[in-house]
Ligand binder design. Structure first.
Ligand code: FES
Length: 160
C-alpha cells in the first residue's frame, strides 16, 4: 500500500522517517558501473501504482527512490528533497512524490516542485525496461551540476 502524506503517521513525520521501506527481497537489485539493475520478478512493491523501493547503502553513490507512477511507468529519483535533503515517498496512487519531513514538499512525476519549501526540482534518473529487468541509470544531470558547484566547479567523474 502506498503512503498517504495527508494521513501519514505524525510520529514518523516529526522524526522525518520515510514510509517507503527497503525492498522486502533485498536481492532484487544490484548496483554496477553507474546503473541499478532491478529484477521485476523479485520486486513486488513495483507492481501497483504508488508502490516503491527505497535503495541505499553499499556502493550506491546516492540514495534512490524507485516507484510506479499513476501513469503505470516506473520512475526513479535521487532520494533527496531539494529543501533540506530528507527522504521521499510516493504520493498515494503514484500521483507524484512528497518529502517525508513535517513540512513536506511535493513534486510531480517529472520531479518538478508542486508545493512546499523545496528550492528546485528533484534529480530524475532514467529508467529502461529490458527483459523483465529495470535499468536505472545514475547519470543524473542535476546531481552532477550541484556536486560540481559544491566542489568549486572542478570536473567530476563519478560515473563512467
Ligand atoms: S526537507 Fe523536504 S520539505 Fe524540508
Amino acid at each position: 500500500m502506498s503512503p498517504n502524506p495527508s494521513e501519514g503517521s505524525v510520529f514518523k513525520r516529526i522524526l522525518r522517517l520515510p514510509a517507503t521501506r527497503a525492498p522486502d527481497d533485498d536481492g532484487c537489485w544490484v548496483y554496477s558501473a553507474g546503473r541499478v539493475l532491478i529484477d521485476l520478478s523479485r520486486a513486488h512493491e513495483l507492481s501497483v501504482p504508488g508502490g516503491a523501493l527505497r535503495l541505499e547503502g553499499g556502493e550506491l553513490p546516492f540514495r534512490v527512490l524507485v516507484m510506479t507512477g499513476a501513469d503505470r511507468r516506473v520512475h526513479a529519483f535521487r532520494n533527496h528533497c531539494s529543501h533540506q535533503g530528507r527522504r521521499l515517498d510516493p504520493i498515494e496512487g503514484g500521483r507524484g512524490v512528497c518529502c517525508c519531513s513535517w513540512r513536506h514538499s511535493t513534486y510531480d512525476l517529472v520531479g518538478q516542485v508542486r508545493s512546499g519549501p523545496a528550492t528546485g526540482p528533484l534529480t530524475v534518473c532514467p529508467v529502461q525496461r529490458i527483459d523483465g529487468r529495470l535499468v536505472v541509470t545514475l547519470q543524473c544531470r542535476t546531481f552532477v551540476r550541484s556536486a560540481a558547484q559544491a566542489l568549486d566547479s572542478q570536473p567530476l567523474r563519478f560515473f563512467v
